[in-house]
Ligand binder design. Sequence first.
Ligand SMILES: Cc1cc2nc3c(=O)[nH]c(=O)nc-3n(C[C@H](O)[C@H](O)[C@H](O)COP(=O)(O)OP(=O)(O)OC[C@H]3O[C@@H](n4cnc5c(N)ncnc54)[C@H](O)[C@@H]3O)c2cc1C
Length: 493
Amino acid sequence: MKKIVVIGAGFSGLAAATTLASAGHDVTLLEKNSTPGGRARQFKSEGFTFDMGPSWYWMPEVFDQYFDKFGKSVSDYYELIRLDPSYTVCFGKDDYVGIPASFKELLTLFESLEMGAADKLEKFLDEAAYKYKVGMEEYVWKPSLSITEFFDLKVIKSAFKLQMFSSISKQIRSLFKNPKIIQLLEFPVLFLGATPQDTPALYSLMNYADLKLGTWYPKGGMFKIIEGMVDLASEKGVKFKYDHEVTAINIQKGEVRSVETAEVQIECDYVVAGADYHHIEQKVISKEYRQYDESYWDNRKMAPSSLLFYLGLDANIPEIHHHTLFFDTDFDVHAKEIYKDPQWPSNPLFYMCVPSVTDNSISPEGCENVFLLMPLAPGIQDTPELREKYFDILLNRIKQQCDIDIRKNIVYKRSYCIDDFKNDYNAYKGNAYGLANTLDQTAILKPRMKNKKISNLYFAGQLTVPGPGVPPSIISGQMVANEVIKSIMKHGK
Ligand SMILES: Cc1cc2nc3c(=O)[nH]c(=O)nc-3n(C[C@H](O)[C@H](O)[C@H](O)COP(=O)(O)OP(=O)(O)OC[C@H]3O[C@@H](n4cnc5c(N)ncnc54)[C@H](O)[C@@H]3O)c2cc1C
């Protein structure tokens, strides 16, 4: 039995800690905040229960497989509801498209937007299904520690078939001409943190996840997943220490010996850092053991940060759906303001989530629980005045496009932005979703899961493989734990 410290109680840290404890190791999880979940934390105020980060439950089989691995099932921890429509897209005033859960209805919708689009969609999704299968069964589980992992002929062949080397934007535009269809099909890759032009066509697997596997919601909120994972971790013997921010990792002769917080020093055989990679490398370990310098990090393409608002309303909003995307402005301009020329957006796209439409347990009776998200360039200035300015812009847009004036019904309001991501999670440049999944930041081109200079320090989470998002973070934690277990079996350390 080895003594292992895991840093960070986000999805990746929880998955790593549980996998290691389940293999019989003595695992302590150190978390700087007073509650688990990391970017997926929850808070309650004035009768409302808010999920702080993720709100889209996609790729349900990743969650099923996770709990199943430990002899449990998702239904032991939470009840899943499939949303229908999966989500609604607002293209302008009174111009909405709801994405039906039924595939047959989806085909009818596509055909109504562009003649011949239903057939093309079927073919596009057949190919996406193949990519999903190979991508999720093979690629996503590669620790990417060596290029040789990809030398297998089958893998090389499939890389071409998967269209690893051309962009998803090109693929979609070669098939469809209707601008609404293009936007609908380009939307899911935004979860990967980059523009469709910069995202490999492999990621049309996200369209399969979206349009075929569906959008789900755990009753009680996304935090139910975290609660389930914490329960499971505790059952396996993981010792949780909240309000314990790791300040130093003590290394001797290329080996971690102990981990320090203001309160404790814990000797250990292995460390898995599920906290932001940049923070651990640049702020926690000493300089001679860093693998990447500040200019390396500065040259990475980070996924966006976000301006968020958590709102409680004292009335129900008629005819609103659970997820609404406001794609009523030019995405190319907003994308430029995130990636190429970082600044607050001139005319932003944004997203509104009203989970109380599906779940009356998260707000008082007759009230609505609202979450607004506007993607934002990481690292730019964040002030209360800017937050307020954009709050007005978003509320005006909701009023203008949907004839809904929520301003007068707001009884609770909290904003969250770049400085909060930095303060709460030690997030590099205040990023929300980690490192973007661009072609030159994929697999072995991402920050490595294992430190090259320290034999027993590993990294998990959204800044390493496989990438940002809840399912990838859960996979990352399990994959890193498997690497640690392999190392223990091989070297006894
Ligand atoms: C607003 C928002 C919306 C999102 N929406 C979705 C969505 O709808 N669907 C989806 O799949 N994904 C979504 N994501 C992405 C998803 O939430 C993340 O990819 C995932 O939660 C990251 O998990 P993680 O374990 O890598 O990191 P984190 O959740 O950040 O966990 C890292 C933990 O480490 C802790 N920590 C940091 N420094 C230290 C230290 N020195 N000592 C101890 N602990 C430390 C932090 O407090 C944190 O708890 C969203 C993210 C955000 C922010």
